[in-house]
Design a protein around this ligand. Structure first.
Ligand SMILES: NC(=O)c1ccc[n+]([C@@H]2O[C@H](COP(=O)([O-])OP(=O)(O)OC[C@H]3O[C@@H](n4cnc5c(N)ncnc54)[C@H](OP(=O)(O)O)[C@@H]3O)[C@@H](O)[C@H]2O)c1
Length: 341
């Protein structure tokens, strides 16, 4: 990527967003940020992304790679550079010291302590532009972190696999595997960047899932999310979810908010429960994204993807909007966010 010529700031920002996706899930409690340094001729001279906690922020990584070539160039960053001493010195200092001519960023830092970077840069004579591809960065790699900053709660993605007629299991309760190998690989990739996977006891007792992130050959991914099982019933000691492949938390409650409080140190939660737990989270208004793997099969019968969501009549339907429609092998992968989000 270094040495590549970019034709526009948008192109450089797309590169920065790509960089940030590479580190998603590995930066907690810092946001996954990407940065690209472009010299005065439009050549990429440094790229970087947030290192794991305690390591450098994206701008500093990219500046290090750019060395002296950063002087007079443009730093393109997905989040406003920080302006405070945390585990590392403020990124604005590094940008000023590297003598970049301009800083362009996508999303303004909502954090009172770390924010204010733009003002500091301008005071030091650096040109600043904000809001470039802001929707892509805020709705993409930064979505979960921004939600956590705003609400103090982890961001919840409800994932389910269903037949095209909206059933999540056959009449006898079997549901493995409704979706295709391609869908399962996609899900495992997402698990590897999530902080926790939440299910109810019903799913563990019916399916005995391991709830780990695995590669196509079945081997475990390097990073495993916390497994969380919600409900009062005891689990058999041989349940796969209790094996040593990752940590597991058992929470004896039926209150979704209690569940989120128990994992409040996390940012990105995948809700993979059955219709009961999914309904409870939706009724509580605690689902922030839906990921539906829809397979071209028909199951009919009583087991729908979600139970009661508290909608007595069509006028009170929970309204969502698609923010992604993709294929996963033979399946459709639908991504939805609340309408107006
Ligand atoms: N296709 C898919 O994507 C998918 C995913 C998961 C599961 N499934 C299928 O779903 C079926 C299992 O469904 P399920 O609804 O039993 O699974 P579930 O929602 O994962 O678990 C239900 C259990 O969660 C506990 N719970 C937590 N909060 C609750 C609340 N607010 N209200 C009531 N109970 C609460 C209860 O456990 P206690 O009774 O122990 O208190 C309840 O029995 C299986 O057939 C499975 O194959 C399909």
């Amino acid at each position: 990527m270094s040495g590549e010529q970019v034709k526009s700031i948008d192109e450089a920002m797309r590169m920065a967003i790509e960089q940030s996706y590479l580190v998603k899930g590995n930066t907690y409690p810092n946001p996954p940020v990407g940065a690209v340094i472009v010299d005065h001729e439009g050549r990429v001279v440094g790229v970087g992304a947030t290192e794991p906690a305690g390591g450098d922020h994206a701008e500093v990584v990219a500046l290090r790679r750019a060395g002296g070539l950063a002087a007079g160039g443009i730093a393109v960053v997905t989040l406003e550079p920080c302006n405070h001493f945390g585990k590392t010195p403020p990124c604005v200092n590094a940008l000023v010291e590297a003598r970049v001519g301009a800083v362009v960023y996508a999303v303004t830092d909502p954090n009172g302590i770390a924010g204010g970077g733009a003002g500091r840069l301008q005071a030091a004579g650096v040109q600043v532009q904000s809001g470039v591809l802001a929707d892509q960065a805020a709705g993409g790699p930064l979505r979960e972190w921004l939600y956590k900053q705003r609400t103090g709660l982890p961001h919840v993605t409800w994932k389910y696999a269903s037949s095209v007629d909206g059933r999540s299991a056959a009449a006898d309760g079997t549901s493995q595997w409704i979706s295709s190998d391609a869908s399962r690989l996609d899900l495992h990739r997402r698990r590897a960047t999530a902080d926790a996977i939440v299910v109810g006891t019903g799913t563990v007792l019916a399916d005995d899932p391991a709830l780990t992130a695995r590669f196509a050959d079945g081997s475990l991914a390097g990073r495993q999310p916390l497994r969380v099982v919600v409900g009062m019933r005891d689990l058999p000691s041989e349940a796969k979810v209790l094996n040593d492949d990752s940590r597991t938390m058992l929470i004896r409650t039926h209150d979704p908010m209690e569940v989120l409080k128990a994992v409040s140190d996390r940012t990105d939660v995948l809700l993979e429960g059955g219709p009961t737990l999914a309904g409870a989270f939706l009724r509580a208004g605690l689902v922030n994204r839906i990921l539906a793997y829809v397979a071209p099969i028909l199951l009919g019968g009583p087991v729908t993807a979600v139970d009661d969501v508290g909608v007595p009549t069509i006028a009170r339907a929970l309204r969502w909007q698609f923010d992604g429609i993709d294929r996963a092998g033979p399946d459709l992968l639908l991504s939805l966010v609340p309408r107006g989000d």
